[in-house]
Design a protein around this ligand. Structure first.
Ligand code: GRF
Length: 192
């Protein structure tokens, strides 16, 4: 990605569907001195996403799109992204699959955080799968988004040890803590 020069910040949109703890964490990251990004837009596929409250709290523009007619909606999103001069999209618990065409238009500028050590456990229920398979480690990955689900080039990964006492809840809590460090670190990596 482009080198960071002077005070220029890369305008970023965060796409969410749920709690938004990664969103909140990215907003915090966007306010520190060394950050390369500003968060200018929050997009959700549902008005039930709890994370939307951070738009009001931090005075960031939010937009909700129901993804029924993907082609139409993506067209509208692309117009909005252009209008807001967005140059990076961070998916953070966004539960919709974006089309090939949309991804092509933002090629190399969409990243995602996924709660597993990719390429292991693409898709859902990653922690259950890791525990069921008696894996020694779970973890999280930040990767570029391509049209193949959870398959783009990995930017950074963090391992989290799975103990005999772990269940899905305890493991997901520990991994989420690491996600909050990994996402900003991955953004720093791509802009440096
Ligand atoms: C995270 O575990 C993320 O890795 C996954 O969805 C979850 C979102 O959590 N893609 P939150 O909404 O950021 O709290």
């Amino acid at each position: 990605m482009e080198k960071l020069t002077g005070l220029k910040k890369f305008k970023t949109a965060v796409f969410i569907s749920g709690t938004g703890s990664n969103l909140k964490n990215l907003i915090k990251f966007s306010k520190i001195k060394k950050t390369p990004i500003s968060i200018n837009l929050i997009i959700s596929n549902t008005n039930k996403a709890k994370g939307l409250k951070y738009a009001n709290q931090f005075n960031i523009r939010k937009k909700i799109f129901n993804f029924q007619n993907l082609k139409n909606i993506e067209k509208k999103i692309l117009i909005l992204l252009k209008k807001e001069k967005i140059s990076l999209i961070c998916l953070a618990g966004f539960m919709r699959i974006l089309s090939k065409n949309f991804i092509k238009k933002f090629d190399g500028k969409i990243i995602n955080i996924h709660p597993s050590l990719l390429p292991k456990y693409k898709g859902l229920n990653t922690h259950e799968k890791a525990i069921k398979n008696k894996d020694k480690y779970g973890g999280c990955s930040v990767h570029y988004v391509t049209s193949k689900l959870d398959s783009g080039k990995i930017i950074l990964q963090k391992k989290v040890k799975i103990t005999a006492k772990d269940d899905f809840i305890s493991l997901s809590k520990r991994v989420l803590k690491e996600e909050h460090k990994l996402y900003p670190a991955a953004i720093l990596k791509i802009f440096n």
